[in-house]
Design a protein around this ligand. Structure first.
Ligand code: MN
Length: 229
């Protein structure tokens, strides 16, 4: 265990990790779970560094303000350290940037997880944001599947098309090899609904990547496919 103990006056990380899920205590992985991924296409150039055992420090520059905001919410509440720099073809629209950021973050998750030994694998969380409430359930299964229902009504949030909000999560699940069900259960404000969804995913994934008391790969197959490396 290597968790920092929070002082009485402190406002930093919680003293005891309490990931969403089944309530069992989490332990630190002996190995660093950090991944660096770079991906360059004719549409985007992206560099990511992800630490699954971080504190929630982020530096996110996608060129799209609301996308920065969503990824920040995801990483902050997942307590992942996430550095992301993207230069995309925003002169066309936001689609390639949004999609590719999701793909590369998923790839970094997959790579940082390594052999998946000892992880809790499943995680779930609810996140409210005022009147909005979102639920995320994730399984680090090796099976890429995402069912995302954000129920957004506006065309755009800032410079991000609302149709891409769910697509980012689907892209992330595709490369991470994660099964993900995300539902915005209620809400009226689209900013709140989208942000609550990303917070819920961060919290759920935090629970799923946390280490269990067991050292084996939690699968009846004895292995979990690693997604895109
Ligand atoms: Mn916000």
């Amino acid at each position: 265990m290597n968790k920092q103990i929070e002082t009485a006056a402190g406002d930093g990380a919680a003293a005891v990790d309490s990931p969403a899920g089944d309530g069992a205590a989490a332990v630190d992985s002996p190995a660093e779970r950090i991944a660096d991924v770079s991906r360059v296409t004719k549409e985007t150039g992206i560099c990511v560094r992800l630490n699954l055992d971080g504190t929630g420090n982020t530096s996110i520059e996608t060129g799209i303000g609301f996308l920065n905001h969503l990824l920040d919410a995801f990483a902050r509440h997942g307590r992942f350290d996430l550095v992301l720099k993207c230069t995309g073809d925003l002169g066309i629209d936001d689609h390639h940037t949004a999609e590719d950021c999701g793909l590369v973050i998923g790839q970094a998750i997959s790579r940082a997880l390594g052999d998946r030994k000892g992880i809790r694998r499943f995680g779930y969380a609810y996140a409210p944001l005022d009147e909005a409430l979102a639920r995320a359930v994730v399984d680090i299964s090796g099976r890429a599947y995402a069912d995302v229902n954000t129920d957004l009504e506006r065309e755009r949030l800032g410079e991000l098309s609302c149709e891409n909000v769910g697509h980012i999560l689907q892209s992330m699940a595709a490369t991470a090899g994660i099964t993900m069900h995300v539902d915005v259960i209620k809400g009226r404000n689209d900013h709140h609904k989208a942000e609550a969804a990303f917070k819920a995913v961060g919290l759920a994934l935090r629970g799923a990547v946390a280490m269990s008391a067991f050292e084996d790969v939690p699968s009846t197959k004895g292995k979990i496919d690693r997604g895109i490396q």
